[in-house]
Design a protein around this ligand. Structure first.
Ligand code: FA5
Length: 347
């Protein structure tokens, strides 16, 4: 048989076998056997010297054309296998299956409560102000009537940064900043934000949030303070909320009070079923949520206000309010980033 006839037989054999191929693997093995580097076509080409010199160009041309054609047939067959496979997987697609819903984010419970507190106080006319968390000793202590080395500084275990800076231990430095900025009364501001102390147990976290409130105006009294705080807590917890004002001490207020709310975890009983004493209120039935008082004249003097000015200030612990609002008995849960917990608080 002539070389050219062998070429035609090889091509015809390849075409027929390709049509019969039942899988990609079978088509690929045909490629190796016929079109591969040592395949039938390559063997035929290597026999070119057997031909008389004047027949060689025609055979070379025919062999190349055959190779190109067979390669194209092979690619078409492989493409049809792929299309069949895609079609099969499409037929397995069940449009009635429920889709995968993207998980919805939600605001952190502490943010929700802080926003609610601010909304209530903004409605009373308090303006929201903001300031740095890395504070100077002057704003955090000195201007608030904590003299250097005074034991009152021990009330707030402080994280010092060096270079005269510290992580603010409360939002009260915002009283100083607001009065320095406003220069004279009236001042009616609230300052929500993060504060830091070296504290850690079920009602104490090293980073927590406070909302500071300050009102300086003519003839402000303790009765105004009580009125504003009662309104705030009744708005947050309903009209039946029980509040308790206890005499206290802060260097920057005189007189000073601490405000407790009836514990909603044990409903003020101090006991929780299965436990000897409610671990949130430590069996007292009350939970301290804020410190407050009338602005001390020494603070007015430090910011250049007339020391005979009148004003009240308060600093509220947001996590404590959130614990009571949502009935949570361990404050640290707020900061463990467990989405099963955080996802429950949707507005
Ligand atoms: C203060 O921080 C004062 N600056 C409050 C103040 C402002 C008094 C204006 C007078 C005038 P105190 O250290 O008590 O006070 O903290 C206030 C509230 O923050 C507490 O009642 C409590 O609710 C909350 N709190 C205190 N420490 C922590 C803590 N480690 N974790 C969570 N909440 C805390």
């Amino acid at each position: 048989m002539t070389l050219i006839a062998e070429l035609e037989r090889t091509a015809a054999g390849f075409t027929a076998a390709l049509a019969d191929a039942a899988s990609v693997a079978e088509a690929e093995s045909l490629r190796n056997a016929v079109l591969g580097r040592k395949g039938e076509l390559a063997v035929l080409m290597s026999r070119l010297p057997e031909l008389p010199a004047d027949e060689r160009p025609a055979f070379g041309k025919a062999a190349n054309a055959a190779k190109e054609r067979l390669n194209r047939l092979l690619e078409e067959r492989l493409a049809s296998f792929k299309a069949e496979a895609d079609g099969a997987s499409l037929s397995r697609f069940d449009p009635s299956m429920p889709g995968r819903m993207p998980e919805r984010g939600s605001l952190h419970p502490v943010t929700l409560v802080m926003e609610e507190i601010c909304r209530i106080l903004n409605n009373l006319g308090f303006e929201t102000v903001d300031g740095p968390e890395a504070e100077t000793d002057f704003h955090n202590f000195e201007a608030l009537n904590f003299p250097k080395d005074h034991p009152a500084r021990d009330m707030q275990d402080t994280l010092f940064l060096g270079d005269g800076l510290l992580m603010r231990t409360h939002t009260s430095p915002m009283q100083v900043r607001a009065m320095l900025e406003r220069k004279k009364p009236p001042v009616a501001v609230i300052a929500p934000g993060k504060v830091y102390r070296r504290d850690y147990d079920v009602t104490h976290s090293p980073m927590f949030h406070q909302v500071e409130g300050l009102l300086v105006d003519d003839a402000v009294s303790l009765a105004h303070l009580r009125g504003v705080l009662t309104h705030l807590l009744c708005e947050l917890f309903g009209p039946d909320v029980a509040l308790r004002f206890r005499p206290s001490f802060f260097p920057f207020t005189e007189p000073s009070v601490e405000v407790d709310m009836s514990c909603v975890i044990c409903r003020g009983s101090g006991r929780k079923s299965g436990e000897d004493a409610c671990r949130v209120c430590k069996g007292t039935g009350w939970l301290e949520i804020l410190g407050a008082g009338m602005v001390d004249p020494a603070v007015f003097a430090a910011v250049g206000f007339d020391p005979s000015c009148t004003g009240f200030a308060f600093g509220l612990g947001v996590e404590r309010v959130a614990m009571l609002k949502y009935g949570i008995d361990d404050l640290r849960l707020f900061f463990e980033n467990d989405l099963r917990f955080l996802g429950r608080f949707v507005k």
